[in-house]
Write a protein that binds this ligand. Structure first.
Ligand code: ADP
Ligand code: ASP
Ligand code: MG
Length: 482
């Protein structure tokens, strides 16, 4: 039997359960996660738990780091003090006796270290990406201690492990690239034996370390990515992403409260949605899972009985053209007009080389004989990029744009989709249009301020009568009867 088969068979009952910040916002939420994990253990599954920082903690740590970086020591320490209180209060709500003493000490020590770090940054008045990663890592380092403590207090055989020992990355701080072979080896050496001994490991998502042990992070929303790396690395039977909505919905329910749960979606569709702004899943989550054909589930920790969304290799046939609508804000359009009349051979390459040099990903491109328009995430390096492009072209930049992306494998089988999409948003100014190379998305750029209006109009057009085999239409039936 090959090594992979042996591992694959041995680990079919291994399940990686990732709980997002919204599932860990306070003691009540954390206790809910303990019950969810207990439920999986009762089914004979072996969970490895990956946790985010408590809700909003990462934003606040970033704010503290930024304040310290500007020399505002008082401001930075005030944010840290509020975070310290919140973590200690939650610890005392969750734990008692020896467990309380142990975890509270760890939390206090963590915040002492954080305070020292912030003082150091403020003294130099400069924040490097490497130090920022160190500051922001405290969110997951501490939440994992509290969650493991809470699980132990409630009778689970939980053990907290430091993700930095197994999630090995390069040193691209802020968005470090995982080294999958090293990760697989470390997980097999450090985490698997715990599971095999009947323990439930609890590890922080989002954080890792270089081979030299320097703390790194995987980018915002990166705990989903950690879950996929752990699931992929150990050939788990399933990866569960526990969040605060019933699954992947037909659009962000904060924009359309009548959004419906998508019961099953393909890896390709989910990846497209995540990349184009559906915050429910980190774009990189899918890849390690796809490579090993591990099913991914998106589930609601506030409503654990709900079936959630299953992400699988192949989507079932669907009578509706689209599965979901995503919107990505904070984009900038860059118009590049070649100084020469016609774009010569190698011109596009020289343009793309500039973006490559600044590690700036491009979302959408359209070209004409003399000009190129492209869209990128707004970021602090755009002025430098434009300056460099200015050497070979006339450049114009327009911010506050958004991309609307309609995703579905079944677009292919429907004619006249573009006509229906654009007549649904005919009252909105559309800037750039693209039908994705993958043929499963249709995207267009609009003003950021038009996003809510556009999404609601499209949702009303395409999800009035969706295919009940793919979408959870039951909720509408129940609502209509009530
Ligand atoms: P977590 O803290 O669990 O990681 P996130 O806030 O990152 O949670 O992601 C969950 C949120 O994603 C939901 O509350 C929802 O508002 C938003 N969201 C955006 N698009 C979608 C979608 N298509 N389906 C479900 N949720 C979505
Ligand atoms: N805590 C990190 C963030 O807020 C990672 C995550 O939650 O997935 O981005
Ligand atoms: Mg998230």
């Amino acid at each position: 039997m090959s090594e992979l088969n042996r591992l694959g068979e041995a680990h079919a009952n291994l399940v990686v359960m990732k709980f997002g910040g919204t599932s860990l916002e306070n003691a009540t939420a954390i206790l809910r996660t303990a019950e969810i994990v207990r439920g999986r253990l009762k089914r004979g599954l072996k969970p490895i738990v990956v946790v985010s920082a408590m809700a909003k903690v990462t934003d606040q740590l970033l704010a503290a780091a930024a304040a310290a970086g500007c020399g505002d020591k008082k401001g930075a320490l005030m944010i840290a003090a509020r975070l310290r209180n919140r973590h200690i209060e939650t610890t005392s709500d969750l734990l008692s006796g020896e467990l309380f003493t142990e975890v509270e000490l760890a939390v206090r020590r963590g915040f002492d270290l954080l305070d020292d770090l912030l003082r150091g940054i403020a003294a130099v008045g400069e924040l490097t990406p490497r130090t920022r990663d160190n500051v922001v890592s405290f969110g997951e380092r501490l939440s994992s201690r509290m969650v493991a403590g809470a699980f132990a207090q409630h009778g689970l055989n939980a053990v907290r492990i430091d993700s930095r020992a197994s999630i090995i990355t390069d040193d691209h701080y802020g968005k470090a690239v995982p080294q999958e072979a090293a990760i697989e080896a470390k997980l097999t050496e450090l985490v698997l034996p715990l599971v095999e001994a009947g323990q439930t490991p609890v590890m922080g998502g989002f954080i890792g370390a270089t081979a030299d042990g320097i703390t790194t992070t995987l980018g915002r929303g990166g705990s989903d990515f950690t879950a996929a790396l752990v699931g992929g690395g150990l050939h788990a039977g399933a990866i569960e992403i526990w969040t605060d909505v019933n699954g992947i919905m037909t659009t962000d329910p904060r924009i359309c409260p009548d959004a419906l749960r998508v019961k099953t979606i393909s890896f390709e569709e989910a990846a497209e949605l995540a990349y184009f702004g559906a915050k429910v899943l980190h774009p990189a989550t899918i890849l390690p899972a796809v490579q090993k054909s591990i099913p991914v589930w998106v589930l609601n920790s506030r409503n654990p009985e709900n079936e959630g969304t299953k992400i699988t290799a192949m989507a079932p046939p669907c009578a509706s053209p689209f599965k979901s609508i995503a919107a990505k804000k904070r984009l900038t359009i860059i118009d590049i007009v070649a100084s020469r009349m016609l774009m010569t051979h190698g011109y596009l390459k020289s343009v793309f080389d500039v973006f490559d040099k600044f590690h700036c990903a491009i979302d959408m491109v359209s070209t004409s004989e003399v000009s190129i328009s492209l869209t990128v995430d707004s970021n602090e390096r755009l002025p430098e990029i434009c300056e460099e492009l200015g050497k070979i072209a006339d450049v114009k930049m327009e911010g506050h744009k958004a991309l609307i992306c309609m995703v579905g494998e079944d677009i292919r089988g429907h004619n006249g989709m573009a006509g229906r999409v654009f007549s649904a948003v005919k009252h909105i100014n559309v800037r750039m249009i693209s039908q994705g190379a993958s043929e499963i998305n249709m995207s267009f750029m609009i003003e950021e301020s038009d996003v809510e209006d556009a999404v609601r109009s499209l949702h009303a057009e395409f999800f009035v009568d969706p295919d009940p085999t793919v979408f959870d239409t039951e909720v509408r039936v129940v609502a209509a009867k009530a």
